[in-house]
Design a protein around this ligand. Structure first.
Ligand SMILES: [Zn+2]
Ligand SMILES: [Zn+2]
Length: 367
């Protein structure tokens, strides 16, 4: 259980500022009335699910969704376990005095729910979890409806609130079964969340290519996508002009345009290519060995040479420390016409390898 929450200041909104816009204190006075809560906003239960049918504009929708599906939901789940809910536990202030929604209180409530569940009658656990799932179903359905809203959401507070609901749903879906030791009722990955336009935009602004977004969404749940949107991924040396929504081709090479680069600090830019000992390497490979190379600097004015040794897996020979380097071609360290690189670049790579603190392969594997 510890790995769920420990190590984070705020397990939900670590990388996301979510404005607190609802009158949370009033909303939570009757936590059992979760399903009737839309009525406090003049909405009928049947219409509260759908963005269009609510008739709310974007300024009003944010407080409604936050009051109902963030504070109202947490109050309702707490009530289900007989735990008193203080909405203030989920509110904080930003350095410039703006009231924000905080997820830090979830750590405390998760333990309270867990403790309460252990004292409640075991027969009721399944029933409680079925109800929790029903509430999460509502959160999921309404939030996804707003993400897919046909009208363009232009209000930043509403964008943040919708994203906060996605994160709350994802964290609860992940945490509750583990806390309550009931993986059959809700399980991670149960809900599929649409990718909010605002998160797409944040990822793009952070430097992710549009061709990378489908793969990111496929591989990572929303909390990780929010984290990735906080990472500066701007790379001036990458050309994304040929990329599409389907694929990023910045690292795909065009041989006719490929340029073999010198090391960044190379002043001479001389064509002093050092060729790999291809025949010797092939000989080792054919004998089921692994060729291991080392760049050795030449004399003061000489060109470096490449030393090569063979290692054969399974032999009693002691495994030497080595470093495997992959994906070098996209950074100008490949050569489409020869197995050769400028001397400056080979020496630079060897310098970096020598600077690594390679561990003893006999003890814990190669460095
Ligand atoms: Zn790209
Ligand atoms: Zn050079």
């Amino acid at each position: 259980m510890e790995q769920i929450f420990l190590g984070f200041q705020d397990p939900i909104f670590l990388h996301l500022d979510v404005p607190c816009l609802c009158l949370y204190a009033d909303l939570c006075k009757q936590p059992e009335a979760f399903l009737e809560l839309p009525e406090q906003y003049g909405l009928h239960w049947n219409t509260a699910h759908h963005p269009e049918l609510t008739g709310l504009d974007q300024d009003s929708a944010g407080p409604f969704l936050q009051g109902w599906l963030f504070f109202g939901l947490l109050a309702k789940i707490s009530a289900l376990f007989g735990v008193g809910f203080q909405p203030r536990d989920f509110v904080s202030s930003s350095p410039n005095g703006v009231t924000l929604v905080s997820g830090a209180g979830l750590r405390k409530y998760a333990w309270l729910w867990c403790a309460a569940n252990s004292t409640l009658h075991a027969d009721g656990t399944e029933q409680r979890m079925v109800r929790v799932r029903a509430y999460l179903d509502i959160l999921h359905k309404v939030t996804n409806a707003w993400i897919g809203y046909d009208g363009v959401i232009v209000k930043r507070p509403l964008e943040r609130i919708i994203l906060s609901l996605v994160l709350l749903g994802e964290v609860l879906t992940f945490a509750l079964p583990q806390l309550l030791r009931d993986n059959d009722i809700i399980f991670p990955g149960y809900y599929t969340w649409s990718l909010p336009v605002s998160l797409r935009r944040d990822l793009r602004q952070a430097g992710w290519c549009r061709g990378e977004l489908p793969s990111l969404q496929e591989r990572f749940a929303p909390p990780r996508l929010v984290y990735l949107s906080s990472v500066n991924r701007q790379r001036q040396d990458k050309d994304h002009s040929r990329c599409t929504d389907d694929a990023c081709v910045a690292n795909q090479l065009e041989e006719e345009r490929y340029v073999v680069r010198h090391a960044p600090n190379c002043e001479t830019k001389e064509a002093d290519f050092v060729h790999a000992p291809v025949e010797a390497m092939c000989y080792i490979l054919k004998a089921s060995g692994i060729p291991m190379v080392r760049v050795v600097a030449g004399s003061s004015s000489g060109i470096p040479t490449i030393e090569i040794t063979a290692f054969v897996l399974g032999h009693e020979q002691r495994m030497p420390a080595y470093v495997a380097i992959s994906h070098v071609w996209s950074d100008g360290m490949g050569n489409p016409t020869h197995n050769a690189l400028p001397a400056c670049h080979l020496l630079r790579i060897q310098r970096h390898v020598d600077g690594l603190n390679t561990c003893d392969p006999a003890g814990s594997g190669p460095g």
